[in-house]
Design a protein around this ligand. Structure first.
Ligand code: SF4
Length: 309
């Protein structure tokens, strides 16, 4: 196959290189997605920069691909800055999923506009700290987001609707108040707390689509004229029923996700998860689940499209 044929083939595919660079974390979220993570405030089971660069080179990463750096808490990795720097030669977008607590210690002069940091917020200060189980984590996260907002990197906030916010109006309103303190951001992601091995172990109540629907609409109304809104794994029924909307699928590409950590390398099998509400819901085709397919319902200036988180 010639280089041109290979490049044309790659353009039809959006490749996402997802890596957990450490399994250590300085928070201890009640529903942590990664049950392999040790909440030891230090790095653990790191993948080295050398091994990542060898992998990205072997996979011929190009500027149309995406690299995702996750953990644990990636900023705990002993080579975090060097890993970020190593991604530059591929020219692709780089997403960093971080709890935001160490962002204020990061040298922002190393940041470029290809980097997009995705930082979760679990509600107002007390609620956020209850979810992370670390007092002061909210203030550290806000400080980090403010610092990042004045750098060249992009900042996305991920509002994760939890049971408390969905049920108690007072917590929801206090959360909206706390969102007012945030600086201008690139985008907001609205999603709900997932049921995980740890949430079940911690007897954390589920947030059902029905429960998330009202909060999702309220948050959407708050953010829709402020920044891009990305909706996934939450109920969009109240948003789309309010609007005579047309949803454009801008992706036009097959998505392939490749996972790597210190021990493993494999391609993920992407599937839309089945929800019981889909049996009767007329919006099921535009309702996105990033957990299953890495896609989102994106809203920008009142136009709706299918995009990526
Ligand atoms: S399928 Fe319909 S009811 Fe179910 S979560 Fe999606 S929008 Fe809500």
């Amino acid at each position: 196959m010639s280089k041109t044929q290979r490049d044309e083939g790659l353009e039809k595919i959006k490749r996402i290189f997802y890596t957990n660079i450490t399994y250590g974390c300085n928070s201890n979220c009640v529903f942590c997605y990664s049950h392999n993570t040790k909440h030891i405030k230090d790095t653990y089971n790191e993948v080295s920069r050398k091994s990542l660069v060898e992998y990205w080179n072997r996979m011929c990463v190009t500027k149309s691909d995406r690299i995702i750096i996750n953990g644990g808490e990636p900023l705990l990795h002993t080579e975090f800055k060097d890993i970020l720097a190593a991604t530059q030669k591929y020219g692709c977008e780089v997403l960093i999923y971080t709890n935001g607590r160490l962002l204020s210690t990061l040298d922002t002069s190393i940041l470029i506009s290809n980097y997009r940091f995705v930082v979760p917020i679990h509600g107002h200060e007390e609620l956020h700290d209850n979810i992370t189980r670390v007092r002061g984590s909210y203030q550290e996260m806000i400080e980090g987001v403010n610092r990042l907002a004045s750098s060249k990197a992009l900042v996305d906030l991920k509002v994760i609707i939890n049971n408390q916010m969905a049920i108690h109006r007072e917590d929801y309103l206090k959360t909206l108040d706390s969102l007012c303190q945030l600086p201008d951001i690139n985008a907001v992601h609205i999603t709900k707390m997932a049921d995980t091995i740890l949430s079940q172990r911690n007897q954390c109540p589920s947030v059902t689509p029905e429960m998330s629907s009202r909060c999702t609409k309220g948050l959407f109304d708050y953010f829709k004229n402020k920044c891009v809104v990305k909706l996934f794994d939450t109920c969009i029924r109240e948003i789309v029923s309010d609007n005579s909307i047309i949803v454009i699928n801008e992706l036009g590409q097959e998505i392939k996700v490749f996972f790597k950590d210190a021990q493993h390398e494999f391609a993920l099998n992407l599937e839309k998860p089945y929800l019981r509400c889909m049996d009767t819901c007329k919006y099921k085709d535009i309702c996105q689940s990033a957990v299953g397919e890495y896609t989102v319902l994106e809203v920008n200036d009142n136009s709706f499209s299918i995009g990526l988180e």
